[in-house]
Design a protein around this ligand. Sequence first.
Ligand SMILES: Cc1cc2nc3c(=O)[nH]c(=O)nc-3n(C[C@H](O)[C@H](O)[C@H](O)COP(=O)(O)OP(=O)(O)OC[C@H]3O[C@@H](n4cnc5c(N)ncnc54)[C@H](O)[C@@H]3O)c2cc1C
Length: 224
Amino acid sequence: MHFLMGGIAIDRDGATGVPGLFAAGEAAAGLHGATRLNSQGLTEGAVFGHRAGLAAAAFADRAGDPEGGVAADADGAAAAESFGIEVWKADDPRIGGWHEALGRLSLPAVNHEGGIAGGGGSLDEDSFVQRLHGLMERGAGIVRGARSTTEALDEWEALARESGGLNKGVADPRRRFRLGAMLALARLLLEAGRVRGESRGAHHRSDQPEMDAAWATHICFSRR
Ligand SMILES: Cc1cc2nc3c(=O)[nH]c(=O)nc-3n(C[C@H](O)[C@H](O)[C@H](O)COP(=O)(O)OP(=O)(O)OC[C@H]3O[C@@H](n4cnc5c(N)ncnc54)[C@H](O)[C@@H]3O)c2cc1C
């Protein structure tokens, strides 16, 4: 993996949808569109890391002031405004059917504490990570298609079922949280790849190699 194009929606100052949480660099999304030009990764980190750091310090200064918080925006509207992109929300009728599919998309495999739900399965942490890497490489890599993504979603379901025992095996709650977050994020990436029926920038679908102007937009998942 050379660079992840996609991530947390931020505004120009790195503010995310969670008040007080700032993001910059490869964890964030919006700046590069569907492809990143040479050398722009490190520049992005330096420029937006600096801006996010200043904004985070200002936020900390205002902590406790109920009027002073940075505007939170989990649905990508601030990112859209900052970077001049259009973000369709999940219930946008132009997406047709996708919002219904999203409504059905629950992540029962991930519990409220961020760990992996359930008590079954005997998978160890290394095997879990290896299998997740493998299925993402096959189903969400640079070249993908409906078939490879669907197979990866099936593998994801099987992995989620088998990994319920990980909570017992991994004592460190931060590591458990990380595993749950990996599982949830993998699913969202696969779903986004599945619904985007075109090729764009560095994202190539072998079964739909042409760019489709109707998809000149970001896919943004929001809990709200
Ligand atoms: C092989 C390769 C070549 C590249 N070449 C170029 C290039 O020539 N030019 C260019 O502009 N870009 C290049 N890139 C991209 C660029 O290097 C990255 O986009 C950039 O380094 C990302 O910076 P970052 O600070 O956002 O993330 P990272 O550099 O990934 O930093 C994240 C840090 O967070 C730490 N971390 C992770 N989890 C936790 C946790 N739970 N708690 C605490 N710390 C944590 C990690 O250990 C890491 O130090 C290249 C990338 C790769 C992989």
